[in-house]
Design a protein around this ligand. Structure first.
Ligand SMILES: Nc1ncnc2c1ncn2[C@@H]1O[C@H](COP(=O)(O)OP(=O)(O)O)[C@@H](O)[C@H]1O
Ligand SMILES: [Mg+2]
Length: 340
């Protein structure tokens, strides 16, 4: 059986942000030149039609930047994004328009992503108009339909964002994303700002719609429990790189990368039946402005050897069914007390 052609292919994607410093030709005084944050560092991944993939990692590791770069919302310095087989050229309006007609983002802050002056109906109608998704005389009916689809009363169409709750606003955000009839949604911490009880409702809604419409979903979250529950595959990021990627089941059952292990060990409540080694993360992630040589994780890694500090950055390589960026083939961490 051949796997379906990927809907989204990301290859060696790089995003750097300028972070102060002076950029003068010929000036090469340490500490003075322009400084850059390597927010996304040669990231590659692909997403099949209808698939849900989670992107996890500590705050600042580049999850949002990756999501935004995929949709052409930030400039990239290297690599390639292909959508439905076509390369996405960030500076080419036609190519970006083609992508945005089929791919949408849902943001973390439901209020900030809505124009406070527009009523809800207008906010959705705007998307339908921009993408030519409904004839002028059909827009009102389609807005009502989209509101119902996300579990809101069409009567809310005349309200302004500040007249809605956070959960209602996030449903509007989902309705706006669905308005283009997308094949891909990138959801960036889309429930992090909501109360826990509302989070579950929104996630259930998103998953139900995802299945019903066979959407591909890139689900960015720092919440490992939610990702484990929702995503078929998971990619773990550290300082702009993917350090481990595979089926969620495999990664969570037997994480291989020392960073994934530490990340999972830090959330023991993910599965109360599973005894994990105590968290082994030392210190904070290094500044992304001043990345360590060699493996970016080595200063915090309990298994680090000389090669990790001096050698090249470890590339992702396959071990079993998952891919891991570590110089060593560490045995998968399994439940304590289990026979080796
Ligand atoms: N617009 C920007 N300008 C400069 N630096 C940025 C910008 N956006 C993000 N960064 C930096 O890029 C890195 C990755 O950030 P981000 O993608 O927001 O991480 P995450 O979503 O995983 O928390 C961080 O070091 C952050 O400070
Ligand atoms: Mg983020």
């Amino acid at each position: 059986m051949t796997a379906a052609a990927p809907l989204l292919q990301v290859r060696d994607l790089e995003v750097r942000f300028r972070a102060g410093g002076i950029d003068l030709p010929g000036l090469n005084v340490p500490g003075f030149g322009a400084r850059y944050v390597n927010a996304v560092n040669r990231v590659s991944l692909s997403v099949a039609p209808g698939e849900t993939i989670g992107i996890v990692g500590e705050s600042g590791c580049g999850k949002s930047t990756l999501g935004r770069a995929i949709l052409g919302l930030v400039e990239t310095q290297g690599g390639e994004v292909r959508f439905a087989g076509d390369p996405v050229a960030p500076r080419d309006r036609t190519s970006i328009a083609r992508l945005r007609a089929r791919a949408a983002m849902i943001f973390q802050d439901p209020y900030a992503s809505l124009n406070p002056k527009l009523d809800i109906g207008e906010a959705i109608a705007e998307v339908l108009r921009v993408h030519g998704k409904a004839a002028p005389d059909a827009i009102a009916a389609r807005v009502a339909e989209l509101l119902r689809l996300v579990g809101l009363s069409p009567e809310l169409a005349r309200r302004k964002p500040h007249q809605l709750s956070g959960g209602q606003c996030q449903r509007v955000g989902i309705a706006r994303a669905l308005a283009i009839e997308p094949s891909l949604i990138i959801a960036d911490e889309c429930v992090a700002a909501l109360d826990v009880s509302i989070q579950a409702q929104i996630l259930n809604l998103l998953m139900e719609l995802q299945r019903r419409m066979s959407l591909s979903l890139v689900f960015i979250s720092h919440d490992l429990g939610v990702v484990r529950h929702l995503c078929r595959r998971v990619a773990v990021m550290y300082l702009g790189r993917i350090v481990e990627i595979g089926l969620t089941e495999d990664v969570f059952a037997a994480p291989r990368h020392p960073y994934t292990r530490a990340l999972l060990a830090a959330v023991p409540d993910i599965d109360p039946d599973r005894a994990l080694a105590p968290a082994q993360l030392r210190g904070e992630p290094p500044s992304p402005l001043d990345l360590p040589a060699g493996c970016p994780f080595h200063p915090r890694c309990p298994h680090a050897q000389e090669i990790c500090a001096r050698g090249v950055v470890p590339e992702l390589r396959r071990t079993g069914d998952i891919r891991v960026a570590c110089h060593f083939d560490l045995p998968p961490m399994t439940q304590q007390g289990e026979d080796p």
